[in-house]
Design a binder for this molecule. Sequence first.
Ligand SMILES: Cc1cc2nc3c(=O)[nH]c(=O)nc-3n(C[C@H](O)[C@H](O)[C@H](O)COP(=O)(O)OP(=O)(O)OC[C@H]3O[C@@H](n4cnc5c(N)ncnc54)[C@H](O)[C@@H]3O)c2cc1C
Length: 634
Amino acid sequence: MGAEESKKKETSLLGSAEALEVIEAARESKWERPSFALQLFHGRVAPSLIFPYAVQSEEDRRAGDAFLAELESFLKRNVDADAIDRTGEIPPEVIKGLARLGCFGMKIPKEYGGLGFSQVNYNRAISLIGSHCGSTAVWLSAHQSIGVPQPLKMFGTEEQKRKYLPRFANGAVSAFALTEPDVGSDPAKMSTTATPIDGGASYLINGEKLWCTNGPVAEVIVVMAQTPERAIGGKTRKQITAFIVERSMPGVSLVHRCDFMGLKGIQNGLLKFSDVKVPKENILWGPGRGLKLALMTLNTGRLTLPAGSIGGSKRCLQIAREWSLERKQWGGPIGQHEAVAAKLGWMAAHLFAMEGVTWLASAWADRGDLDIRIEAAMAKLFCTEAAWAIVDHTLQIRGGRGYETADSLKARGEAPLPVERMFRDARINLIIEGTSEIMRLFLAREALDPHIQRAFAVLLPKYSLPQRVKAAIKAGLFYAGWYPQQWIPALPIGAPAEIPPRLRRHWFFVRAQSRRLARTLFHQMMIYQQRLEKQQMVLFRIVDIGVDLFAMSAAISRASMLEREGESAGAPGSASSGRSQSAVELADLFCIYARGRVLRALCHPSSPEDRPAYQVAQNLLKGRYTWLESGICK
Ligand SMILES: Cc1cc2nc3c(=O)[nH]c(=O)nc-3n(C[C@H](O)[C@H](O)[C@H](O)COP(=O)(O)OP(=O)(O)OC[C@H]3O[C@@H](n4cnc5c(N)ncnc54)[C@H](O)[C@@H]3O)c2cc1C
């Protein structure tokens, strides 16, 4: 086999070399505790990782409650979300007011003038803002979930922190510039360059960054750019470096403010960098570490999207509930008709699970000893997709009024419920900070990784024959023990004591199906071998099973916690006792939905339509069906 062919075989096993580097870059150090969700793909369900449900401390909750009360009153008094949508501007006094409240420094440590919030309190704030105005939530989130404060906090030098963090806490807006016109999901291929000058004392940045949220108004932007390649371990490596760039630096210009179907109030633009001179002191974390920095920033940064999705979904549920009672058609409230009731049930159960997943992952992010990349990616994927279904159901339940703008409803004397705006605002969440497809690819790669390390080394032509024989013996011994274990029935005994009786069967289901998932993943590897990486339809079904099993576990754990809280609060019929009982009902219904999806996918990891669908798509791309497009007016 020639070198070229060997290389091709190796990279087709594992994904392209650059794609692999991107995934490796997102990894952090060795964690003290493994990922609960990742283990689900390998037949392991670790109750000690998920019980009891992780919650914030009382002290942390109190600090958050006080802030949220102030924030809510500010939003009600000052933020007119429909006016922002109509005018495309968040008024400067709103921005100043939010800065005065401390919203620009929620995640900045107190010693640098910020509020020093935990991830949970920060996400609670974003959820509240997201329930009221999507544009305001995204403005603040782009500033501190991914904008300069976050990577600066994680990777900046003390000097950089002292210089910039107090400025941000006081209201200086920041942005994150990774995407370019030719690179979106695949940032490793970026073309913006940073060329060293003056013997490396400074760099000249040249290139364009697209869709930079806050870009048009930011004072400071973190910009990822290519610095000269370096030889590492005998190989020439592409270097991506992160720079703190002041918007006032000569050469930074706004080419265009972008306008979208929703989030009309955000300031988002195409930025151009022409010979922008940046001192080397503005490099974050060191040369060549920019891609890792960007991906590690996104690891936790993307938890804000599920939080915002929760806020929007709560508002939708409220609107749908009230309208389903108020609107009477065909002899009764529409909520009593089964088709509408089914939507309401789905919405409530999935919202409960969204909260289960998000608050758990947020609390784990605060602990700092857990690998939460997998849970954060699952939370992003699950919550943004569920939130999109929830806003869609809400629009359908509102009927024609769901499609009508709030302004138009108001003008003819009806309640200006903003479902039309919320629908437009929600769609982007499935695209930004990792599209749903990229989240699934990332999760698939992580799920496959232990097998790739173990089994596929046997096939890699880069190893010598004796090395491959040794790897084959090692892998054979491992799988001889591991594979039969995945067939041992998970007996319905030994559930954690705190799980309410009604939810125990679901916990046993998670345990049993996790083993079946492990077997299925292994079988697909055996069937497709090197080609598995390309079988996205199969891989994505496998990922979705893992996501549902994680969401079930989180929902069960949260309902168990809420039931205990209700029990200890005493008084039957009290608010907390009512909540604890209904939490169990919601978790139960969510688990019933998820079980159906999991079983369907496990029965058919590959589906009869997969190959014909791919073939038709390729034929379509070749122009075979252009006749289908006739009769349109372009
Ligand atoms: C409102 C808004 C705000 C944004 N804010 C920022 C910001 O602040 N900073 C920033 O840097 N960027 C920002 N972005 C960019 C955003 O992160 C990108 O849009 C996103 O990463 C996807 O890139 P793309 O749009 O170029 O899609 P592409 O990468 O071109 O993908 C197009 C489609 O192909 C799919 N796809 C791509 N590759 C694969 C694959 N290998 N397998 C299967 N499917 C695949 C994608 O999932 C998608 O459906 C913003 C975008 C918008 C619209």
